[in-house]
Ligand binder design. Structure first.
Ligand SMILES: Nc1nc2c(ncn2[C@@H]2O[C@H](COP(=O)(O)OP(=O)(O)OP(=O)(O)O)[C@@H](O)[C@H]2O)c(=O)[nH]1
Ligand SMILES: [Mg+2]
Length: 485
């Protein structure tokens, strides 16, 4: 009896999971295809959400830290570790050669003599005029200076996103950023500057076109700007400039009392900028290059870790699926009387150990049990077990099945919860820093719980369950009389 029911149950279980993942187009074809094909399709579909997310898991955050030679060396050895690990786990990966080449390029860049300065800001702030001035009257510096003109930021229109991306990439490779504005900062400008700072980018803020303000306004508006960016930029890094002053009308009262209007043009003035640039280049020349190299290393690290996580998740998915069906079959054959047992069954310690092994983390049985227990209790605390069983039971009811096999609800629920637990572990483990395998590693149970909640929310597509449960039942209990209402 059990063996007869088990296989259809598996299909039902998978079908449900598939529905939860939101691929209902695949499930429509379920009754029409052979079990094997269906299983394959479902396996692929079940992983859809996960696959679509894999690439985003490895973002290496570049928080604001003081970059020195030691920090840089450490970052470099970490990338090497990741690339070596990728080579061990997936020797055929075409990414390896590319990553090594990128890393070599970064290392070559790190010894260059020039300093690259990006000129950026919104539209018509004076970027071109500044570039012209800086190239015609060079800033004194021992290092050759190279200026990078960045397309105007904060534009609207069809290409603005692409432009912004190009701008960000170009800027990220610069050692120093000159950000131009011509008044107080907009919220968008402020955010942009803060992000640059967070990414360890050295920024000098230019209040350009100051000739357009009255002389006594100029210092006020500069002070205002300096206070706006307090905590992000030092006051000395906010300077005022006039890169292309326009003629202004000046009225002069003559000795005879009559007035005479003349057009006057204030002189071009980038002296404060020149001074600050000279100063920065003389005192921070080496540091600027370290920071750029660090950002580039972090970029390679992100790509490498994403590649490694992809290899690992490709191994983890079949393992989760296997567990899912084992647990589903067991729950179906032996319906668990209480809900907490269902949660416990769904998260078994062996799955934790097996997934840990894929992510090069050795867990003792006790450690695995601790993680499994934590996930089970989060499932209970959040009411996921009830939510899941109720949804399944509700769907079975609306399908007006005259006979529901005992354990069906439990089996379908257990499969779903196992999947949630498996994906949670994968997400958690993928986010860990890559270290050489250690025998013991403490779980961050809060993080594990939060990850579980996040994974559950991302995989809750109840609307799709309806059709799938119906079709799953056809497979599961072909003899049951079902009236589809
Ligand atoms: N009054 C005044 N006008 C300026 C100043 N700098 C630039 N301008 C004027 O602002 C306009 C834009 O100058 P550009 O140097 O082309 O500015 P840009 O940032 O390269 O402009 P886009 O590339 O179009 O975003 C021109 O009309 C300039 O004459 C300045 O210091 N004072
Ligand atoms: Mg321009």
């Amino acid at each position: 009896m059990n063996t007869v029911l088990q296989r259809p149950l598996l299909v039902g279980g998978i079908g449900l999971t598939l529905g939860l993942w939101g691929l209902d187009s695949v499930s429509h074809s379920l009754p029409g295809v052979g079990d094997l094909v269906a299983l394959g399709a479902i396996a692929a579909g079940g992983g859809y959400w996960w696959y679509s997310r894999r690439g985003s898991q490895a973002k290496v955050s570049v928080g604001k830290i003081e970059i020195d030679q030691a920090t840089l060396d450490k970052a470099l050895s970490q990338v090497e570790l990741v690339i070596n690990q990728l080579t061990i786990e997936s020797p055929e990966s075409p990414q390896i050669a590319k990553l090594r080449q990128e890393l070599a390029q970064v290392q070559t860049n790190s010894t260059r003599l020039d300093r690259q300065i990006a000129i950026t800001g919104g539209q018509r702030v004076g970027k071109n005029s500044l570039l012209k001035l800086l190239t015609t009257t060079p800033v004194p510096s021992t290092a050759p200076l190279k200026y990078i003109k960045i397309p105007a930021l904060f534009t609207s229109g069809a290409e603005s996103d692409a432009t912004e991306l190009t701008a960000k990439q170009l800027t990220s490779n610069a050692d120093l950023v000159l950000f131009l504005t011509n008044g107080d900062l907009t919220a968008t400008e402020y955010r942009y500057i803060t992000e640059l700072h967070q990414a360890n980018q050295r920024v000098v803020l230019l209040l350009n076109q100051v000739d357009r303000y009255l002389p006594d306004e100029r210092s006020l508006i500069l002070q205002k700007l300096q206070s706006t960016v307090t905590g992000t930029l030092a006051a000395a890094d906010v300077v005022s400039t006039s890169t292309a002053p326009t003629p202004i009308k000046v009225r002069k009262i003559q000795t005879d009392g009559s007035s005479l209007e003349t057009l006057e043009t204030l002189p071009v003035d980038i002296s404060s900028l020149n001074q600050q640039l000279t100063n920065i280049l003389a005192t921070e020349g080496e540091k600027l290059l370290w920071a750029t190299t660090y950002r580039q290393v972090a970029g390679v690290q992100t790509t490498a870790k994403t590649a490694l996580n992809t290899v690992r998740s490709d191994r983890a998915l079949p393992l989760i699926e296997q567990n899912q069906w084992i647990v589903a079959a067991a729950a179906f054959a032996n319906p668990l009387p209480v809900l907490d047992l269902l949660a416990t069954a769904a998260v078994n310690a062996q799955m934790v150990i097996d997934l840990g092994a894929i992510y090069q983390q050795k867990f003792s049985f006790e450690q695995a049990q601790a993680a499994a227990g934590a996930m089970g209790s989060v499932m209970l605390k959040l009411g996921l077990v009830e939510l899941c069983t109720q949804t399944v039971a509700g769907l079975l009811k609306t399908n007006a099945i005259t006979f529901v096999a005992g354990g069906l609800v439990q089996g379908l629920s257990a499969a779903y919860l196992t999947r949630i637990a498996g994906l949670t572990l994968v997400e958690y483990l993928a986010a860990q820093d890559l270290v050489t395998p250690e025998p013991t590693r403490a779980w961050n149970l809060d993080l594990l719980g939060n990850t579980l909640q996040k994974v559950f929310q991302a995989n809750q597509r109840v609307a799709y369950m309806q059709t799938v449960v119906k079709q799953g039942i056809d497979k599961l209990m072909p003899d049951a009389s079902v009236s589809v209402g």
